[in-house]
Design a protein around this ligand. Structure first.
Ligand code: ZN
Ligand code: ZN
Length: 321
């Protein structure tokens, strides 16, 4: 994610800011990728702290307009959890916009989000034909940690959920093209394999013993759909780590010279090489504060091949090239 300039004073603005350091209200224009000191603000600004501009007074911003179902406000913490969930969604949508997804120049369908709070029964996240279902309860760090430990995952965040579930939606968008599915099946296997049975096998038997050579995560080994979603989410993680590192003004001998834009890099091997070296460095920095690793994963040869496949399709897919 980029760091933005203050339109009415000095200093920087961060993507989630609602106001400058002086307290002047600002809003983010996702089309211009810049902060503006002007209205109209998204009508969710007072409700969930959305800081994007709206196309007209009394309207939702581009991101909030994609949310068809908001959580039941009578469920405890539904609204603050939803606010955090929408913040993660705006971040991921803005990242995807760097490859033109869901911007006006993208002629395809937008994701429709169902943001559900959890009452007595858990909400399962998922995607079906353009509809992305997200459990806003996972914004709660205690609940998220309990689930992460139960599933023996090294990493679980709302941004991670957004990237994974939207990646299923991106797969669906690409599957509407004539040239995608054969190439996908050559790389990931046949996604027509019984999904329910595959997940049941995964949860009963665990991943294959050689999963580290073939997949980024244990869950990716469950089914070709999950392998795609995990791989695409990791491509988004790695590209955004790199973009954010540069935007923060940090430097590394691994970084290409001046003005390099990781989202514009066509060479996946180069992008992943840089991203992996930065991730290793920031992992070390995190350990200085006793925090978990920023990116607690190892990139096998097979994973790098799959990341290259996803990179190629995500870079050209939004505009049908
Ligand atoms: Zn909004
Ligand atoms: Zn999935």
């Amino acid at each position: 994610m980029r760091v933005f300039s203050n339109p009415i004073g000095s200093g920087a603005l961060w993507f989630d800011n609602l106001a400058t350091a002086d307290g002047a209200p600002v809003a983010y224009d996702p089309q211009a990728r810049a902060f503006l000191p002007v209205q109209p603000f998204c009508i969710n600004r007072e409700v969930i702290g959305c800081n994007w501009i709206a196309p007209e007074v009394g309207a939702f911003c581009r991101s909030c307009a994609m949310t068809a179902l908001a959580p039941d406000p009578s469920i405890p913490n539904a609204i603050p959890n939803w606010a955090q969930t929408e913040a993660a969604k705006r971040w991921v949508l803005d990242n995807l916009g760097r490859w033109h997804w869901f911007r006006p120049e993208d002629p395809g369908a937008r994701p429709v989000f169902h943001m559900l709070a959890e009452g007595a029964t858990p909400v399962s996240m998922g995607h079906a034909e353009g509809v992305v279902t997200i459990s806003v309860a996972e914004a709660d760090p205690v609940l998220r940690t309990v689930r992460r430990q139960a599933l023996e995952e090294p990493y679980r965040t709302m941004i991670g959920h957004m990237r994974h579930e939207i990646s299923h939606m991106l797969w669906w968008r690409l599957s509407l093209r004539e040239d995608f599915l054969d190439a996908f099946r050559d790389m990931f296997g046949d996604e027509r394999a019984d999904y329910g049975a595959a997940l049941e096998r995964h949860y009963n038997q665990g991943p294959p013993p050689d999963w580290k050579q073939r997949y980024l995560t244990t869950y990716a080994s469950a089914h070709p759909h999950e392998d795609w979603a995990e791989t695409a989410a990791h491509l988004l993680h790695l590209t955004d780590i790199t973009d954010s590192f540069i935007a923060a003004g940090l430097s590394s001998p691994q970084l290409p010279e001046g003005g390099w834009d990781p989202y514009a890099e066509p060479d996946t091997a180069r992008l992943i090489h840089v991203a992996a070296s930065l991730a290793v460095g920031v992992n070390h920095v995190n350990r200085s504060m006793g925090l978990s690793d920023l990116y607690p994963f190892v990139l096998s040869e097979a994973a790098r091949h799959k990341l290259a496949f996803v990179h190629d399709w995500l870079r050209r897919g939004a505009q049908g090239r």
